[in-house]
Design a protein around this ligand. Structure first.
Ligand code: TXA
Ligand code: MG
Length: 354
């Protein structure tokens, strides 16, 4: 049991209208991190809860603010790939090739860690996860912090990741020193996580950098089975985050593997109080139950999924039928998050016997 508690904090809202220019707010945010504070900050994927990755107490406060299990390691965020060698060792040349293609951006790479990274940050592992974010506000904050910034997603542990400052305010007001508002995140799902610390490169979490893109540099990339399935008992969780329940809304979600017509028909014929559809744009006209739409294509679905899960809770959904995303491209990442939100409940209506 965690005996330490976090003192209630006076939270400041720092609004950034133009992340490229508005450097006062960003400089303040960087200085708060440098001095050991906690700042919820925008990145292109989701909002992160940043602290000095080299300061064990600051990192402990991240875990306390989120209610996150201490063995779940944090990603460190750097301004430039050339800084990776300060915190990681035995870096294979392919790391730099990946960075040339995909950094800055939504890619996190796990490497063997150097001793400067405290065990609080690495969850006691001998590896460290490194990401170079692309969002100009995140980059400016890291720049002003002048330290590597440890940042998990800025949600309470178990809630959907935040894609707006309002989501951070909802989850973390009074628990952090500042929340930086720079609008909606452009990707909407967390970064792709791969490990280069083992025998073979392995994809641990899909994101906007897709397996197809990675295989241009890493033809032998393996996809961990937990990306699309529940981790079987006894199988090692290569990424501790895999074993925790994630993104769970209050409603029970069931994924329907169906085309638009089958989806609409199944949902309408099971209409009842508290039932919602989590649908695509093409389903809207036919639906006779309340719905939240994820939009048209995979990129829309990625951007809208987490806000949609929060909206379903706010609107009091008790049961949700969700249209199954395609597993192509960034669709794999949407599917990966949705099966966790649905606690792996999925079926094809055409296989069901009435
Ligand atoms: O897009 C993102 O990655 C966002 C933004 C803020 O950068 N961050 C994020 O962090 O999603 P978090 O903590 O919510 O997810 C990080 C995942 C967790 O599943 C964690 O277990 C895994 O990466 N991870 C971190 N360090 C690891 C390591 N050394 N070995 C294996 N898995 C690691
Ligand atoms: Mg998270």
């Amino acid at each position: 049991m965690e005996s330490e508690t976090l003192k209630k904090k006076e939270t400041r809202l720092l609004t950034v209208s133009d992340a490229e220019k508005d450097s006062d707010a960003l400089r303040t945010a960087g200085q708060i991190i440098r001095q050991g504070g906690l700042v919820a900050l925008p990145t292109e994927t989701v909002y992160g809860l940043g602290a000095n990755a080299l300061n064990p107490q600051a990192v402990k406060n991240i875990f306390l603010a989120k209610g996150r299990p201490q063995d779940n390691p944090l990603i460190i965020h750097l301004e430039d790939a050339s800084q990776a060698q300060l915190y990681a060792k035995n870096i294979p040349p392919v790391y730099y090739e990946l960075c040339r293609r995909f950094s800055p951006g939504p890619l996190t790479v796990i490497l063997p860690k150097k001793d400067v990274i405290p065990p609080e940050t690495s969850g006691g592992l001998d590896t460290v996860a490194i990401r170079i974010p692309a969002h100009p506000a995140a980059r400016a904050i890291i720049h002003w912090a002048r330290v590597p910034v440890a940042a998990p997603s800025a949600n309470l542990s178990g809630s959907p990741s935040p894609t707006t400052a309002q989501h951070c305010i909802h989850d973390l007001w009074g628990k952090v020193d500042a929340i930086v508002d720079a609008g909606e995140c452009s990707v909407g799902l967390e970064s792709t996580v791969i490990s280069l610390a083992g025998e073979k490169p392995i994809l641990l979490r899909p994101g906007a950098i897709t397996p197809q893109m990675l295989r241009e540099v890493l033809p032998e990339l393996v996809i961990h089975e937990a990306v699309t399935q529940k981790l079987a008992n006894g199988i090692r969780a290569d990424s501790p985050g895999m074993k925790y329940k994630h993104y769970a809304p209050k409603a029970q979600i069931t994924i329907l593997d169906a085309d638009s017509e089958e989806f609409v028909e199944y949902v309408n014929s099971h209409a009842k109080e508290g039932l919602f559809a989590l649908c695509f744009a093409e389903d809207i006209d036919g639906l006779k139950v309340p719905y939240v739409s994820l939009g048209k294509d995979e990129a829309d679905q990625a951007k809208k999924l987490f806000a949609a899960l929060r909206e379903l809770d706010e609107r009091g959904a008790k049961q949700v039928y969700a249209r199954c995303p395609s597993k192509e491209g960034v669709g794999l990442a949407v599917y990966n998050r949705l099966i966790r939100a649905a606690a792996y409940h999925e079926f094809a209506p055409q296989d069901e016997e009435e």
